[in-house]
Write a protein that binds this ligand. Structure first.
Ligand code: MV4
Length: 455
């Protein structure tokens, strides 16, 4: 096992990785930007190094600086967390070239899964169901129109290298196609379409179901069941749960089998997530693979009892998976609510400033993954996630009641958070009945206004 690793991240995930390191007996080295000197990940790490000014390009994305600190600290490996450099194949390969294990998949795997057209084609060839659409990148309006006519409108334009919903465009008729192709390419950072987009049938009222996997360097791959991440707003997940209220034993067997087929087909190693859409007829379709630890990993940890970050460390250190599929038992129900510094009453606008009071809830089977404290000033440079409340219940209803009680007891003053939004969803019949779908959040927010209170 490693003796010392560097965590190339900040916020709650940096703390999460530090905790896993402590448990395994690894020394944890933090990096931080000038805006993060007072962050808890800096205080909790065994050592910490400043990597530059607040903007991410000068700090958390500054490969030169990060590697210089890794060398200075004599670490064995680098954990990238999520976001930032976590799925950057070039970073992974530079780490290895400098003699640091990258705690993630091989660089070639990152290059493959980072290209949604390539991974879609590979999934198709492996026999996974994919959403009807283009099997090659589309670089002109004529080809786009032909595909769209074939699969029927509405269609969704997706950038091959996109992420976080960037550049996604729904198109309802042929006359919108040209403008939306150009607008998608522009938002994805391309000056023209340049073979960087593809087209899928737009599945209305779909659910987002993803399968957590673990795969070692000896050909062993297992799944830890599914997560349901249907409650999103503008492609930002807000509530996640495991299991999914709409997945039965039969569907779980088929969707996890498909996920493992892809994992084995691409010789994946590391923890990973295979994303699917589930339509209202119960058909599932592969959409993409995330080759990193994800924000919502705790719901899977609570139903499986497996520490996914610890498994990442073991896999990267060259250990064999300690569990076979039959050793994995999924028990009960877990629910996660993301606490963002945003104002749901103001279209989820970022809420900046100083947190004047901060008392997170505790209680039976309530887990808080956070990084802020009373007096903490939220910098404007990074994402708005302050932390996550994750609960376990024997049943979905017990988990929901536990979550509501926990959120009621969460005291955050000085800024606005997504807590009032969560309370509204947790009381909404569509969520309670397990009937949420793609646009549920947007529709909910336009129909009913969220009453904002600061507790
Ligand atoms: C889709 C889709 C409908 N049809 N693809 C969401 C995140 C990003 N990875 C892709 N996403 C979607 N892709 C096709 N062909 C709808 C979404 C989607 C979504 C899906 C399930 C639940 C909530 C959602 C919110 C926004 C977009």
């Amino acid at each position: 096992m490693f003796k010392k690793i560097l965590i190339a991240n900040r916020g709650e995930i940096a703390l999460r990785v530090i905790r896993a390191c402590r448990e395994v007996g690894i020394k944890a080295v933090a990096i931080y930007s000038e805006a993060d000197r007072l962050s808890r990940h800096v205080e909790e790490a065994d050592e910490a190094y400043c990597v530059g000014p607040a903007p991410v390009a000068s700090s958390y994305l500054n490969i030169q600086k990060i590697l210089a600190k890794a060398m200075a600290a004599h670490v064995d490996a680098i954990h990238p967390g999520y976001g930032f450099l976590s799925e950057n194949g070039e970073f992974a390969s530079i780490c290895e070239r400098y003699g640091f294990k990258f705690i993630g998949p091989k660089p070639e795997t990152l290059d493959l899964t980072g290209n949604k057209v390539k991974v879609r084609k590979l999934a198709m060839n492996l026999g996974l169901p994919v959403v009807p659409g283009s099997s090659e990148p589309v670089d002109n309006v004529e080809d786009a129109a032909e595909i769209a006519r074939e699969i029927g409108f509405p269609v969704l334009i997706k950038p091959a290298a996109g992420g976080g919903g960037r550049g996604l465009r729904t198109v309802h008729s042929e006359k919108e196609l040209k403008a939306q192709l150009e607008s998608s390419a522009r938002e994805a950072g391309m000056t023209f379409i340049s073979a960087g987009v593809f087209i899928e049938k737009y599945l209305e009222k779909a659910r987002h179901i993803e399968v957590q996997v673990l795969a070692d360097h000896y050909g062993n791959a297992i799944h830890l069941g599914e997560r349901d991440c249907t409650i999103q707003r503008r492609y930002q997940k807000l509530i996640e749960e495991s299991p999914s209220p709409v997945v039965d034993e039969n569907l779980r067997r088929r969707i996890t089998e498909a996920a493992l087929k892809l994992v084995k087909g691409i010789n994946y190693t590391n923890a990973g997530t295979v994303e699917f859409l589930l339509d209202q007829e119960g058909n599932f379709y592969f959409i993409e693979m995330n080759s990193r630890i994800q924000v919502e990993h705790p719901v899977t940890e609570l139903v499986s009892g497996i520490d996914i970050v610890k498994e990442q460390l073991r896999i990267a250190a060259g250990e064999k998976l300690q569990y076979s599929q039959k050793d994995v038992t999924l028990d009960g129900w877990a629910l996660e609510c993301r606490i963002n510094a945003e104002d749901p009453g103001q279209n989820f606008m970022p809420s900046l400033g100083t947190i004047t009071a901060y008392v997170p809830p505790g209680g039976v089977l309530v887990r808080i993954d956070d990084y802020v404290y009373a007096g903490y000033n939220i910098p404007p440079y990074y994402d708005s996630l302050l932390g996550k409340v994750v609960v376990w219940g024997r049943t979905r209803n017990e988990a929901i009641d536990r979550m509501k009680a926990a959120l009621q007891g969460f005291r955050i003053e000085g800024i606005n958070t997504t807590i009032p939004f969560h309370m509204q969803v947790l009381n909404h019949p569509v969520f309670l009945n397990g009937n949420a779908y793609t646009l549920f959040t947007e529709e909910l927010m336009s129909r009913e206004s969220v009453t904002v209170s600061s507790s």
